[in-house]
Design a protein around this ligand. Structure first.
Ligand code: SF4
Length: 172
């Protein structure tokens, strides 16, 4: 498994935001490896019909799809290239141990967006999470694009703690 190139980019809608993402392009298709990643990575989300797999590792949000590994977030281009290479190294390790791993073909079933939305603070448009509305944030949460901690409003005393716990449970 070789990296043919690594692209780095910033969000087009907000180029000033210091979040850099990386896409490592590989010389092989990783689709057959996805159930092995699903078996070894805690809370991995496997979508066999697309097919792709999402997981978190060392604070990185990672998507593996065909011959690409997408990794976010980084503070600059150099960190993005180094981080993407580290993630590919992890995938190489799993591939090397494939014969010792029982593949997990279980598909991820995301929670309903509305179930998430009704537990959010509903300050539509405050945008502190980086999304234009709680609805957009809820959709991103169910897709695994973002973590709950990105909404600072959930830390307010006025937000019932049981709502936060329920959100964590739904997204686990
Ligand atoms: S920061 Fe929280 S309250 Fe504000 S839009 Fe995002 S999800 Fe809604």
């Amino acid at each position: 498994m070789k990296i043919t190139k690594i692209d780095v980019s910033r969000p087009e809608c907000a180029p000033s935001i210091p979040i850099v993402s990386a896409v490592a392009h590989l010389d092989c298709d990783l689709t057959e490896l996805l159930p092995y990643l699903n078996a070894t990575q805690e809370k991995a989300q496997y979508f066999p019909n697309h097919p792709y797999l999402r997981f978190m590792w060392r604070g990185y949000n990672i998507v593996v799809e065909r011959n690409q590994v997408r990794v976010v977030p980084f503070v600059d281009d150099q960190a993005a290239k180094a981080g993407a290479s580290e993630v590919v190294d992890l995938i190489r390790e799993i591939e090397a141990k494939k014969d010792e791993i029982t593949p997990d073909h279980t598909a991820y079933e995301p929670p309903a967006v509305m179930d998430i939305l009704k537990l959010l603070p509903k300050k539509s448009g405050c945008g502190k999470c980086g999304y234009p509305s709680c609805m957009a944030f809820a959709a991103a949460l169910t897709d695994g694009e973002v973590e709950l901690k990105a909404c600072p409003e959930l830390e307010r005393d006025s937000v019932p703690r049981e709502y936060v716990e329920k959100l964590k449970e739904l997204l686990s």
